[in-house]
Design a protein around this ligand. Structure first.
Ligand code: ADP
Ligand code: MG
Length: 303
């Protein structure tokens, strides 16, 4: 296990920023840490990276405890903090050289050149950081986070404030860099998780409200899953309503119906059997999937 968070609680005065938070990230996963502003994402990331300590609970990174072995943890982790604080007066190479010094990396020149190459900074490398666009500053931030070849990357809102082109580029870069690493990235954008992550952890007001594979988020959908079916001829709607699992039937016109079912019951096979039995042809059959937005709204509504 690359990251093991167990029962973390963090208070700021009387306010619980994190309330008994537990989750894991496995080696090689890209984990999306999703939540609205103020949910506790940055606080959790600062605890994982040893920048602040929790009031309760423990965190292990690659088996090392953040409290007992913080130096080992820091060696294993690359961290891109929120808003990517950089020295704007420094040249890219100078800055990366300085970071190499902090990690006591040997052969600094080669490593800096390698990171510039890997993060696509080649054409900009002679510039001062302050002269770079936001997208290129993020690349410098990623180069900084990766320079000591950590096993785990913690990226706090790495795509916030980027324009649509920069966004695509940085997502692509994170995916590439993340190939041999465990990556945890925070975001308040749902599509980001769908575009990049294997697993999603959703946090709201300091509590984990979902933790699952991106593909299986639908199970969190509160309410009913719906199927839209279209037949070639008009079916007997009274019979359709009686099919196992069906809770509601809405007529959409032109022999099209929206059929709701209990919980996650999938009535598609029942509909097929029914159609065959009644010599109807199914022209279309679609499951209305919940988007991550739907799931997120449902999970965080009124909490
Ligand atoms: P996120 O990154 O999800 O937006 P944060 O972890 O930054 O959330 O903040 C979680 C909560 O803790 C917020 O209500 C925020 O105002 C509060 N908070 C964060 N840092 C501090 C701090 N240093 N002092 C007091 N409250 C803080
Ligand atoms: Mg934050």
């Amino acid at each position: 296990m690359s990251i093991q968070v167990s029962n973390i609680t963090k208070l700021y005065g009387a306010q619980k920023a994190l309330d008994n938070v537990s989750f894991n990230a496995e080696k090689g996963q890209i984990v999306g840490f999703l939540g609205p502003n103020g949910a506790g994402k940055s606080t959790m990331m600062k605890i994982i990276t040893c920048y602040i300590s929790p009031d309760q609970g423990s965190v292990k990174v690659c088996g090392f405890d953040t409290f007992e072995n913080s130096l080992d943890v820091r060696r294993k982790i690359g961290y891109l903090p929120e808003n990517n604080p950089l020295y704007l007066e420094m040249y890219i190479k100078e800055y990366l050289d300085f970071i190499c010094g902090i990690y006591k990396i040997k052969n600094k020149k080669n490593r800096v050149a390698e990171m510039i190459e890997r993060t696509g900074l080649g054409l900009e490398q002679a510039k001062k950081i302050g002269a770079l666009s936001k997208g290129y500053r993020q690349r410098v931030g990623l180069a900084q986070a990766m320079i000591h070849d950590p096993e785990v990357l913690i990226l706090d809102e790495p795509t916030s404030g980027l324009d649509p082109n920069q966004l695509v580029d940085i997502r692509q870069l994170i995916k590439e860099l993340g190939r041999e690493k465990t990556v945890m990235l925070s975001t308040h954008i749902m599509q980001e998780v769908e575009a990049m992550c294997d697993k999603v952890i959703i946090i709201n007001k300091g509590k984990i409200v979902a933790d699952d594979k991106v593909d299986s988020l639908n199970q969190y959908r509160v309410g009913n899953a719906a199927i839209v079916v279209e037949f070639d001829k008009t079916p007997n709607t009274a019979e359709l309503k009686k099919l196992p699992g069906v809770t509601k039937l809405e007529e959409l016109g032109n022999n099209k119906y929206r059929i709701s079912s209990k919980g996650n019951a999938d009535v598609r096979s029942e509909l097929f059997k029914y159609a065959v039995d009644k010599q109807l042809t199914v022209l279309t059959l679609n499951k209305e999937e919940a988007s991550i937005e739907d799931v997120f709204r449902q999970l965080t509504k009124g909490k």
